[in-house]
Unconditional design. Structure first.
Length: 251
């Protein structure tokens, strides 16, 4: 009898492990919250006048919300805005958002991104570059999924990244340029809360053609080395000129 119970227990464990390891696909909707007064306050190269101007512009409610979506299969991922426009003043004003489409083809080891920055759109194409993660011994619940913490850093933009990933969604995907963990990233935080992306809706389902970027996307083709050089020069020039570098580049 005891042997039978052990057998059943092992079978149940193997069944659960097999189910968790099955390829998944779906759509995750994120809310990206950017706290601009807080971001600007960290820039010791800006004048106090500039910081005060930003604080006066945003007031007490400096949270800028952008909805983003991640579409993924076992082989690909596609990340962009939910809507190409942001509304202000209860819908009375709209702003067209800069081009930002992030695609990964894991089967071919190719990343292709359309990123609008510094006044033009760039098509960044190269082999996939995975962030260097360090998994930490912390967990929390996000949308009913137990998530584990991992950290990395962006050495060009000079901020620390904290991610929370769900290993019960076995897809090595995440928002924007951040992925490569043993589970989908459901929350991402830059500089301890300057910018926070949190999953608001998770649908595990077939995605079909939703994962295909628009054929109308255009941009100057560059590789990652050139992209990094453009960013590095922009940040160096901005800091030297005491300007906020984030107004013209995406998170």
């Amino acid at each position: 009898m005891n042997i039978f119970k052990v057998f059943i227990g092992c079978l149940a464990f193997l069944s659960c492990s097999w189910l968790q390891a099955q390829p998944v696909e779906g759509v995750i909707i994120y809310e990206q919250a950017s706290y601009w007064t807080r971001i600007v306050s960290r820039m010791d190269y800006l004048s106090q006048e500039e910081k005060d101007r930003v604080k006066l512009t945003w007031g007490s409610d400096d949270k800028e919300i952008t909805e983003m979506k991640l579409v993924f299969t076992p082989d690909k991922s596609y990340y962009t805005y939910v809507s190409a426009q942001r509304e202000y003043g209860d819908g009375r004003f709209t702003q067209k958002l800069s081009e930002y489409v992030i695609c990964r083809d894991f089967a071919k080891n190719v990343q292709t991104d359309w990123i609008e920055m510094l006044g033009r759109v760039y098509q960044v194409e190269d082999s996939i570059r995975v962030p260097k993660w360090k998994v930490m011994n912390k967990i929390k619940d996000i949308q009913g999924h137990v998530c584990m913490m991992a950290v990395t850093e962006d050495t060009i933009k000079n901020y620390k990244i904290t991610a929370w990933f769900a290993d019960d969604i076995p897809a090595s995907v995440g928002p924007g340029l951040y992925f490569g963990l043993p589970g989908a990233i459901l929350e991402l935080e830059a500089n301890e809360g300057d910018i926070v992306l949190t999953a608001k809706k998770i649908e595990l389902r077939p995605v079909g053609d939703e994962i295909q970027p628009s054929k109308k996307l255009k941009g100057r083709k560059i590789n990652l080395k050139t992209y990094d050089a453009l960013l590095s020069k922009h940040f160096y020039d901005s800091i030297k000129s005491r300007r906020n570098p984030y107004w013209s580049v995406p998170f």
